[in-house]
Design a binder for this molecule. Structure first.
Ligand code: ADP
Ligand code: MG
Length: 459
């Protein structure tokens, strides 16, 4: 059973604390009617994106058509630039839905995230080079690589994609409007690395394909990590803006994190607005900013500062650390939410030892836990709307559906799946919701990118 703020004994809170916390929790509460409204609007925006270029929800054809059977074989490289790490993988597809994978993670520094694109590409090429050296992978023929590049790009073929905009804290110069596959291929060429970018892949598309390698009827790939996005199969005859072959199915990268920049339905609070204003992509990615791992801690921090400023938390005293933007990590929320010790000692550790709040009372820690819960619960509830929306749009409500989900937020945030399920029950009704299966597809995008590189190389 997921905890609710009702399970915390509030008798030690002052009336003013109760009132202020209730007000904040109310702001983050999304009722069933609102969930349905968001879902309905989502379907409207999906249709707009399929009809015309330049819509808010971009609905980008991925050039990945056809389904995998699980019998594909061969050795491929994959890159995954997800937002937090860079992963280089070597994937051996063995057939029968089986594979082996060797991988190495590299940290992408803030300097690289905000510097010239050429430096980022050179860094990625150097990582691939050192991976190949360490793993003794050499070959006369060019190695085929699937490049998971999880930012909105307009694709013109399976291995060509022009960057539309940066998200998730990246802002490299000289990249928007350029083909990011060509730029990375140039770095490989300059450094004499014998690798060919066979496919450029969004992580949602990779996750969908990776899961489909074992479960061919997977319906959607969803990412809930640093960012938030999803992909699904669409009949291209229903995509008005598509000028190519209509007689096929293709995976659509929805770029649904951009949903509702018009602010029609998402219940944004003052804390969300403050985050948006201080983000590097103002007035963009509202849906993502309410759901994804990069942002939940900051929303929580904003709400805690509000209580501190009302002198209702930590005796009105913040710390240098807590005053700093982005200092309250989403992972702290997970730790605090599962803290069931009588004196909330895990929460005390984060607040006092990590964030240097001079001292906290039990009431303080209970309040922090309550706020974390409200922000995390809202994220999970809103995240279910786009899945329900896709099922509705594709006429699959009431059919068996497998939703493959990757990302640390989904994997580690306590009760995230439970809360999404509850939300799905409210949107679709329990009987139809029960047909929808959420599965963790851990690090699927590396495998998925390799499979897509294989499909591209075969063509
Ligand atoms: P990426 O999106 O780069 O592929 P991940 O899927 O690992 O990477 O997601 C990273 C995000 O997940 C970060 O924004 C981080 O805040 C969040 N995160 C990491 N650990 C946890 C955790 N234990 N609980 C909740 N969120 C977490
Ligand atoms: Mg990832």
């Amino acid at each position: 059973m997921a905890p609710t703020s009702a399970t915390i004994n509030h008798s030690n809170w002052t009336d003013a604390q109760k009132k202020a916390v209730d007000t904040i929790v109310d702001r983050f509460t999304v009722d069933g009617e609102t969930l349905k409204k968001i879902t309905d609007q989502f379907v409207v925006e999906m249709n707009k994106g399929l009809d015309q270029e330049g819509a808010t929800v971009a609905m980008i054809p991925s050039f990945v058509s056809g389904r995998c059977t699980g019998d594909e074989k061969g050795s491929f490289l994959a890159l995954d630039l997800g937002g937090t790490n860079l992963r280089v993988c070597q994937v051996n597809l063995l057939g029968g839905g089986e594979h082996t994978i060797r991988q190495q993670k590299y940290v992408v520094s803030e300097e690289l995230k905000l510097g010239p694109m050429r430096n980022l590409c050179d860094f990625i090429a150097d990582c691939v080079d050192s991976f190949l050296t360490e793993n003794g992978t050499s070959s006369q023929d060019a190695l085929q690589l699937g490049y998971t590049f999880s930012f909105p790009i307009y694709q013109s073929s399976i291995n060509r994609g022009v960057l539309k905009q940066w998200t998730k804290g990246f802002n490299c110069s000289g990249a928007v409007g350029k083909d990011v596959a060509v730029m990375l291929q140039d770095s490989f060429r300059r450094k004499n690395i014998n690798v060919n970018i066979a496919a450029i892949v969004n992580d949602t598309v990779g996750t969908l394909m990776a899961y489909a390698y074992r479960h061919p009827n997977t319906t959607m790939g969803v990412i809930m990590g640093t960012g938030f996005n999803a992909a699904y199969y669409e009949n291209m005859k229903d995509v008005k803006k598509w000028k190519g072959d209509k007689d096929q199915e293709m995976v659509i990268n929805m770029e649904c994190g951009a949903f509702d920049i018009e602010r029609r339905v998402l219940p944004m609070t003052v804390y969300d607005n403050k985050l948006d204003r201080e983000s590097i992509n103002v007035y963009q990615q509202y849906h993502e900013k309410m759901v994804a791992g990069m942002y939940l801690g900051e929303i929580t921090r904003n709400a805690l500062l509000d209580l501190i400023d009302q002198q209702l938390l930590f005796g009105g005293r913040s710390s240098k650390e807590l005053n700093k933007n982005w200092s309250f990590e989403t992972a702290y929320m997970s730790t605090i939410e599962v803290d069931e010790t009588p004196d909330l000692s895990e929460a005390a550790h984060i607040l006092e030892s990590v964030l240097n709040i001079p001292s906290t009372t039990l009431a303080d820690r209970q309040i922090v836990k309550t706020i974390c819960h409200a922000v995390g619960l809202r994220a999970a509830r809103i995240a279910a709307c786009h899945i329900a929306g896709v099922l509705r749009k594709t006429g699959k409500v009431g059919e068996e559906a497998i939703i493959a989900i990757d990302g640390s937020l989904y994997e580690f945030y306590p009760f995230f799946e439970h809360n999404m399920r509850q939300s799905m029950n409210e949107i679709l009704g329990e009987a139809d919701s029960a047909k929808v299966k959420f599965d963790l597809a851990r690090d699927g995008s590396g495998l998925g990118a390799a499979i897509i590189a294989m499909m591209a190389a075969k063509k």
